[in-house]
Design a protein around this ligand. Structure first.
Ligand code: NDP
Length: 299
């Protein structure tokens, strides 16, 4: 392996310590500790692990948390009523609904993710999925930044990886990762994170016909596809930086969207899976929860 391993875990710990310090100061200034409410519908094992990890991370940062478990049989009206309640609860600063929502059993109405996310008060939308927050990001004046792309921006910055003038290829165009990632890196100036902008960005997806060539043209390649190890070593330009967002379970192993060993032969720097982007996502959720508390207290 010749590539530098970008240690997301270490950077995430540093960011979490910074957030914890800011939370402490916020409380010392006379404010209540920020509070995050997580809503978990159904009993998907991976979602349970994610929510538990988020709760633990909150606790370590001095952020209060509340977990609302709802059964898989929850109706849209029940879920929307719970969100309404959390929207009006003054003690709750941030609300996240763990995705994916379960498919409804039987003939009842299905839970519509978009409708549910749209119902969250934009000032409490710590995942930054609401149309208002997405719109503000598009316009280059973001309020909250979506956690995974923001974590990547922070990592690039803290590892001194310049993006201005670079060709960034983002493989994947989801609302959660690919699309906001591309938008953040293409912004004029660093409105979306410290000195991380002004890139020339290409978005690739399942209908991209020449994916290998597109990937080979990337100075920075960001894979957010959800297909185990589909980005092979021969798709990477020598010296490129590779960011692997994918988390795929293969047997009892977690693998990324990039074939790590092959890619590390060619890349100059690469994130591992696990221990790369994943921990940064949680760190930025804590950051957003504190930001939400500050916004709600008029700061
Ligand atoms: P989605 O399934 O929502 O989106 C996947 C994207 O990949 C789509 O845009 C799709 O294209 C594209 N795609 C699928 N197949 C191909 C292909 N063969 N060639 C090119 N593009 C393709 O996934 P997410 O963005 O939500 O997640 C992506 C991965 O990142 C998953 O493994 C997920 O678990 C992980 N993840 C990790 C996080 C972390 O914290 N590390 C956070 C969030 C996600 P099209 O639009 O045409 O269908």
């Amino acid at each position: 392996m010749s590539a530098t391993r970008l240690d997301g875990k270490k950077i995430a710990l540093k960011i979490r310590a910074e957030v914890a310090q800011s939370v402490q100061k916020f409380v010392e200034d006379g404010n209540a500790a920020p509070k995050l409410a997580a809503v978990l519908v159904g009993d998907d094992p991976a979602s349970q692990v994610y929510v538990r990890n988020k709760e633990r991370a909150c606790e370590k940062a001095g952020i209060a948390s509340r977990l609302d478990r709802m059964p898989a049989s929850t109706t849209p009206a029940e879920l929307l009523a719970r969100i309404d309640e959390l929207n009006s609860d003054q003690s709750v600063n941030g609300i996240l609904v763990q995705l994916p929502l379960p498919q409804i059993e039987g003939d009842g109405p299905a839970l519509d993710e978009r409708e549910v996310l749209d119902a969250i008060d934009p000032l409490k939308d710590v995942d930054a999925f609401s149309p208002i927050n997405v719109g503000l990001l598009m316009q280059g004046r973001p309020r909250f930044l979506p956690c995974t792309p923001h974590g990547i921006v922070q990592m690039l910055h803290r590892c001194d990886i310049e993006t201005a003038g670079k060709h960034v290829v983002v493989v994947g165009r989801s609302e959660i990762v690919g699309k906001p990632m591309a938008m953040m890196l293409a912004q004029k100036d660093s409105t979306c994170g410290p000195q991380t902008a002004n890139a020339t960005v290409t978005i690739a997806h399942s209908r991209t016909s020449n994916l290998k060539e597109v990937c080979l043209s990337a100075d920075i390649l960001i894979a957010a596809v959800g297909r185990p190890e589909m980005i092979r070593g021969d798709m990477i330009r020598p010296g490129a930086v590779v960011v692997d967002v994918g988390i795929n379970r293969v047997g009892d192993r977690l693998v990324g969207d990039v074939a790590f060993d092959e890619a590390a032969e060619t890349a100059s720097a690469i994130t591992p899976v696990p221990g790369g982007v994943g921990p940064l996502t949680i760190a930025m959720l804590l950051h957003n929860t504190l930001l939400a508390a500050k916004l709600q207290s008029g700061q």
